[in-house]
Every structure is written in C-alpha cells, then in structure tokens.
Design a protein around this ligand. Structure first.
Ligand SMILES: *[C@@H]1O[C@H](CO)[C@@H](O)[C@H](O)[C@H]1NC(C)=O
Ligand SMILES: *[C@@H]1O[C@H](CO)[C@@H](O)[C@H](O)[C@H]1NC(C)=O
Ligand SMILES: *[C@@H]1O[C@H](CO)[C@@H](O)[C@H](O)[C@H]1NC(C)=O
Ligand SMILES: *[C@@H]1O[C@H](CO)[C@@H](O)[C@H](O)[C@H]1NC(C)=O
Ligand SMILES: *[C@@H]1O[C@H](CO)[C@@H](O)[C@H](O)[C@H]1NC(C)=O
Ligand SMILES: *[C@@H]1O[C@H](CO)[C@@H](O)[C@H](O)[C@H]1NC(C)=O
Ligand SMILES: *[C@@H]1O[C@H](CO)[C@@H](O)[C@H](O)[C@H]1NC(C)=O
Ligand SMILES: *[C@@H]1O[C@H](CO)[C@@H](O)[C@H](O)[C@H]1NC(C)=O
Ligand SMILES: *[C@@H]1O[C@H](CO)[C@@H](O)[C@H](O)[C@H]1NC(C)=O
Length: 630
C-alpha cells in the first residue's frame, strides 16, 4: 500500500552547522575498527546518521531514539516527520542526530572518531548481532571490541552496558570555504553504487570519493559531504493515530517557526536557555524538575535511557533540536561533560544551591556558577556570542544532557552575590554611597553595551537587583540568575519579567524596547537610594513614589528625599546634591512615556556627574566606609 520511501531534496536550509577547526584525515581508507582522527586537532561536531526503520522492533521513533539516546522529536524534525508518534514503515529513512568526537583507544592504536552509545545487553544479544542488526552496520564488532577493551565478548552479562561506537567524521573547515559543513554517516547498501548515492544526495560522485577514497565496499560507512541536511520525503502516514497533542501546544513541526516568531524582539540579554519557554512551561514542569534533582546517579543514568518514552508534551516543546542548537557555539565555549557537572555540584546537592536552579560548583579547582535549564537556546546563544563585557556575567561553557533535555550553563562565579542581598538586608554590612554609585554606573555601562554595541540590539528584559551580582571588588555584573524562578510566579502568557520592575507599556501592550530596561534600571536606582524593595509587602510598587519628589520647592524635595533615603546613607556624610542628581536620573528613567526616557548613554553621563559631585566633596576627611569583601 505504501511505496518505498525515496529521498526528496530541497535547497532550503533546515539546520545548518558550522564547525570550525576540525581536522580529519579525509582520505583514510575505511577501516574495520573505525576512522582515525587526531585528538589534538579535533573539535566535536553535530552530525547525522542515515538510519532505516526496520521491523519488527524499530518501527517507531521511541525505540530508535533509545538506541541513539535521542528523543523522538530530535529524529522527527530533521527527518520531515510531523507526528513523532507515527508508525514507520520498513526501510523508511531517518536522520538521527549524533555528536561526533575523537576518542583515544590506546597509545599504540591511536584515536578514532565516533559517537558512543551505551547499549544494555539483553538475552541473545551479541556484539556482532547488535552492530549489524540494531545499529545496521554503522559500526563494526571489531570496533566495539576496541572501545570496550575490558569486555570479554563471549561473556557479557544480561543488563551489562556496552558502548557502541557509531562511526562518524567531522569536516575539515580550516582549509577553505569549499569544505562541506556536514558529513553524514551512510552505510553503503548492497544495491547502491557511488553514483546512485551521489544522485540521491544531490552531490557529485567525486565529492564522495574525495572524502571516502576509491576503495569503498558494500557495508562500509560512507561520509556524504553536504552543506545542508536534505529534506526527506516521507510516506504519507495513513496509519498514524491522531496526534496526542494536548491543547495549547503547537504541532511539533511548526514549533521552530512559532518559537522564532515569539522570540523575535524578546531577546533576553544574558539568558541562554529559552527563557520564554521556561516561563510559560515552567508553570508545568518546574516542580518535576526540582524533584528530580535529588535522585541518585544510578537512577539518573537509568532515566537517561528510558526518558524519551515518556513522551509528555513538555518533552516535545523543549527537546526541539536540542543538539542542533549548540553547534554554532561549540568553538566558543567549553563543553563540559554531564559527569563533571554532577561532580561539581555534588549531584546537585542542596548545599551547593545558590538560588533557584543555580548551583555553585568546582570544576578542575575553579569555582563556577552552574545554572540548570531546559534547553531551548538558539536565539539566545546567538546573542551571547556577541556579548562580552566586564559588566556582564560571563558564560564560560555549557553542558547538555540530551536525554533529559537539560542544559547546564557554566558561568563565572561572582563572589559577593546579588545586589538585592546587599541592599535588602541579608548581608551584615551596608553599602556606602560611593559603592552604590559605582554599582549604578557599572550596570549602566553593561546595559549601554547590550543596547548600543550589539547588533541587533539586546534587551535584557529582567533588570532587577537580584540579577545584578557583585564581585570581590564590589563591581557590578549584570546576570539573569533567578529569572526563571521569579518568572514562574509572576506572569501572564506572554509577559516575562518581575513585578515592580516591568515598564507600564510592556505590561499593558507587550511592547519590547531598550527603554523597558531603562525603566527597570530606574527602579534599581530607587532601591539604591531608598534601600526599599521594588515592591512592598502590600504589592505597591516603589516607583509609584516618585511623584513625591518631583513636586514643590527644592527644599521640600530635599526634605522628602531625606525622609525616604536609606537610613544607613543618612549616617554617612555625603552631599544631598549627589543623591538628588541620582534621583533625577531615576525619575527620568521612570517616565511613563518610553520615548521620553533617556538612553543609556545619557544615563551613564549623568551618573558620572553624580560621582564627580560626590568625590569633589568627600575627598577630604569624609572617606566613605569601604565595604570589604569576604
Ligand atoms: C522541505 O521542503 C519544503 C518545501 O519544499 C519546506 O516547506 C520545508 O520547510 C522543508 N523542510 C526542511 C526540513 O527543510
Ligand atoms: C555509558 O556507560 C559507561 C559505563 O558503563 C558510563 O561511564 C558512561 O557514562 C555511559 N555513557 C553515557 C552517555 O551515559
Ligand atoms: C550488516 O552487515 C551484515 C554482513 O556483514 C549483513 O548480514 C546485515 O544484513 C547488514 N545489516 C544491515 C542492516 O544492512
Ligand atoms: C590497542 O587497541 C587495539 C585495537 O583494539 C588492539 O589490537 C591492541 O592490542 C591494543 N594495544 C594495547 C597495547 O592495548
Ligand atoms: C584539512 O586541513 C588541514 C589544515 O588546513 C590541511 O593540511 C589538510 O590538507 C586538510 N585536509 C583536507 C582533506 O582538506
Ligand atoms: C549504479 O546503480 C544504478 C541503479 O541503481 C545503475 O543504473 C547504474 O548503472 C549504476 N552505476 C554504476 C557505475 O554501476
Ligand atoms: C580515485 O580515482 C580517480 C580516478 O580513478 C583519481 O583521479 C583519484 O585521484 C582517486 N582518488 C583517490 C582518493 O584515490
Ligand atoms: C515531507 O514529507 C511529506 C509527507 O510526510 C511530503 O509530502 C513532503 O513532500 C516532504 N517534504 C519534502 C520537501 O520532501
Ligand atoms: C502513540 O500512539 C499509540 C498508538 O499507536 C498510542 O498507544 C500511544 O499512547 C501514543 N503515544 C502518546 C505519547 O500519545
């Protein structure tokens, strides 16, 4: 009834990857044990294998996904399958995403490139059988033996985990622009020849032999050089049950576009993983995630391999192109292993928790802040790549946990915690006026950078004192820690941010612009001056107060301000002029009309005036208390 699927192609780019500086030995003859690589010149890459659905066991994406440790959606998307719950037909082609890396076998033998997958042995399994049937000759049993040197092939226990090395290669992009971006692993089928393969993938036979040599044989793994992943034509799935999509979740196939649509303009400065989705979905699965953090290593490993079968709707949303998302950033950030993250945080021990889902962790003797998120990162990572400034918390690297669709962001650790904790009491010392001024200027500089020096402009959208961190020298860095947390209790469907800081035009109309950060920054200034929270216990916002200071005579304003100011500042000898100046900056930032708020350039300038006013008067005798970092 259903015809054998054929390949369809389109020039349309679906997923594209750029991998820098991977050097492979392109003309090595195919090897029985694997394809050698040079670990010193190799960066892991994302690529795909062509896999064919085969009955009876592998006619659904979940069971195939389990073999390759990916979710159904991660196969469905690149394979042009709209319903991940669909029943496949024999020989239906699928693209399965893998992460290819160069792995040392032993010193005499050297290294081979592969993507390793643990397979738990069942009764009747053999290394040869699994290599040739389940993994369809994408590896060889000789190679399985080589990567499992301690395993005796004839004596494998049921349930024992054996690593299967799926052959792969990464392109050599150092040399010229003509290099392919992607080398797909494809097993030379008995009825194939090089020209038939070439025409299926719309490449030249020469380009295939250039990579694979002239002596390729049937059942060798060939690497097909492609610039984009081709578009597979799938059989119409008449036998597919109706999608189990719960209300309010878009069909998976459209998610990419939908999400882009939503994310445009909603760029969240330093946030990486899909902040937007977190805020919406967070409501649903946050509880679940938090509970899971406590489970044991063994359970975690287990869940890594059974996870995709759960198929809850959350999976669908967050697992989209999990691996694809990171590919463009591979060269810029360090990629950590899940084990490293696990170790660094003592298995996500409560004692390592800083706040929300941010943990303190030590990797190789260096301390980092590790943030756990659901992965959904493409737009945000693009932003982050462009952002590098001393007043912004720096991302050092990340780690992905594909099975759980988690992503861990590894940030520089900023020692002195959040500005919120300093102003609102958790810290014993009080900040001096001078320190406060400098913090304000630091934050303004950080915002100036993301507003003016990134293209396209970046809007942080969640500026608040708990997202401003202080280092040992009490210099401020903008971060977004805690956003996911505060987002969960705040927000309506499309509004993200924090009560008390959200600008009126964003709250009512959802208008996003740099001026909404200016507004939030105005609130931060008010907190710095008053020592009061952005929103009080009764839910009244701090910024509603500003009218008190913009009316009446100068004397009245000064008096009002003195009544309102942080007590600890009153005990300090400072000029009211400097404080008044900061207040006037705050008031202009808090203008209800966004177009009448100043830009960050003007704010930085105005604040520097405040610093001048202050230092002129305080140079002699009145040295403000220095806050010493612990
Ligand atoms: C495949 O091609 C169709 C039209 O030719 C296009 O709409 C679709 O987005 C493409 N899908 C992928 C995955 O490239
Ligand atoms: C595969 O199993 C080995 C040991 O059995 C383990 O160290 C490794 O972390 C596992 N790989 C993955 C991806 O879980
Ligand atoms: C893999 O190769 C073996 C022979 O080496 C063959 O019998 C088997 O059918 C092949 N498997 C697939 C899925 O092509
Ligand atoms: C290195 O690995 C190869 C391939 O598995 C094996 O043949 C060889 O004996 C190993 N050499 C040593 C020293 O372990
Ligand atoms: C890969 O790049 C290296 C360094 O640029 C170059 O020496 C080598 O010839 C390249 N290999 C191929 C097959 O292009
Ligand atoms: C390759 O296979 C196709 C059919 O699949 C056939 O028409 C063609 O002649 C073959 N070419 C070579 C060089 O064997
Ligand atoms: C393959 O053969 C062709 C012609 O037979 C030759 O021009 C080419 O250099 C060969 N390539 C390799 C990698 O041996
Ligand atoms: C994707 O698959 C559908 C059938 O599921 C097919 O109609 C469509 O042509 C495919 N897209 C492309 C570009 O091949
Ligand atoms: C997928 O479809 C099968 C029927 O083929 C159904 O039993 C199963 O519940 C569906 N899975 C989900 C996650 O809805």
């Amino acid at each position: 009834m259903i015809t054998k699927p054929i390949f369809g192609f389109s020039l349309l780019l679906f997923l594209s990857f750029i991998f820098n500086q991977n050097i492979c030995y392109a003309q090595d003859p195919p090897s029985i044990t694997g394809y050698t690589c040079n670990p010193n010149q190799f960066n892991p890459c994302q690529t795909y294998v062509l896999y064919r659905a085969r009955g009876p066991e592998f006619l659904d994406l979940a069971s195939i996904g389990d073999l390759f440790s990916v979710s159904r959606l991660m196969i469905a998307n690149p394979s042009n399958i709209s319903n991940p719950n669909t029943t496949l037909v024999n020989d239906q082609p699928l693209f399965i995403p893998i992460t290819c890396s160069c792995n040392n076998i032993n010193t005499t033998f050297g290294s081979i490139s592969y993507a390793g997958f643990n397979y738990s042995f069942k009764s009747g399994d053999t290394m040869y059988g699994i290599s040739t049937s389940k993994y369809q000759n994408l590896t060889t049993y000789q190679s399985v033996e080589a990567v499992n040197p301690t395993v005796v092939p004839e004596n494998i226990d049921i349930g024992q985990s054996i690593k299967f090395p799926i052959f792969c290669k990464c392109p050599n992009t150092t040399s010229s622009q003509n290099q392919p971006r992607l080398l797909i692993s494809y097993v030379f089928q008995p009825n194939d020849n090089i020209s038939s393969i070439a025409s299926r993938f719309r490449v030249t036979p020469q380009s295939i032999t250039q990579i694979n040599g002239n002596n390729t044989k049937i059942l060798d793994t060939l690497f097909i050089p492609l610039s984009n992943l081709p578009n597979l034509t799938q059989p119409a799935s008449s036998n597919t049950p109706p999608p189990p999509t719960p209300p309010a979740t878009p069909a998976p196939v459209n998610q990419e576009n939908d999400r882009k649509g939503t994310v445009i303009g909603l760029a969240i400065g330093l946030g990486v993983c899909g902040v937007l989705l977190i805020l919406v979905l967070g409501l649903f699965y946050r509880e679940k995630t938090v509970k899971k953090e406590g489970y044991s290593d063994v359970e975690r490993q287990k869940s890594l391999y059974v996870g995709s079968k759960k198929g809850s709707f959350v999976d669908k949303d967050v697992e989209v192109n999990l691996l694809a998302d990171v590919s463009e950033c591979l060269d810029k950030y360090k990629m950590y292993k899940m084990e490293q993250i696990w170790e660094a945080t003592d298995g996500f021990d409560e004692g390592c928790l800083i706040q929300g889902s941010v943990y303190k962790g030590t990797i190789d003797g260096e301390v980092f802040a590790i943030k756990k998120m659901k992965w959904n990162a493409r737009e945000e990572l693009k932003i982050l790549q462009k952002v590098n400034h001393g007043n912004l918390v720096k991302l050092e690297g990340f780690c992905i946990d594909p099975k759980e669709a988690n992503c861990f962001l590894v940030y520089e650790y900023v020692e002195n915690g959040s500005l919120h904790s300093w102003i609102h009491g958790e810290k014993p010392e009080k900040l001096s006026w001078k320190t406060r001024l400098r913090i304000a200027t630091d934050v303004a500089n950080g915002l100036l950078y993301i507003h003016e020096h990134t293209r396209p402009r970046v809007v942080h959208k969640d500026i608040k004192t708990s997202n401003i961190l202080l280092d040992t020298n009490m210099r401020a860095k903008v971060a977004n820690f805690g956003l996911a947390k505060s987002g969960c209790n705040a927000i309506t469907m499309h509004i993200v941010g924090t009560q008390g800081y959200i600008s009126p035009e964003y709250l009512t109309d959802g208008i996003v612009s740099t001026k909404m950060d200016v507004f939030s920054f105005g609130v931060v200034l008010l907190e710095l001056v008053s020592g009061k929270e952005a929103i009080d216990d009764e839910g009244k916002v701090l910024w509603a107060k500003i009218n008190d200071f913009s009316e009446g005579s100068e004397e009245r304003k000064v008096r009002k301000l003195q009544e309102w100011m942080d007590d600890s500042l009153l005990r300090e000898e400072l000029t009211m002029e400097s404080v008044m100046n900061v207040m006037s900056v705050a008031i202009s930032c808090l203008n209800k009309d966004p177009s009448r708020r100043p830009g960050m350039i003007e704010i930085v300038y105005a604040l520097s005036k405040s610093i001048d006013l202050f230092t002129d008067d305080s140079e002699e005798g009145l040295s403000p208390r220095q806050v010493t970092a612990r």
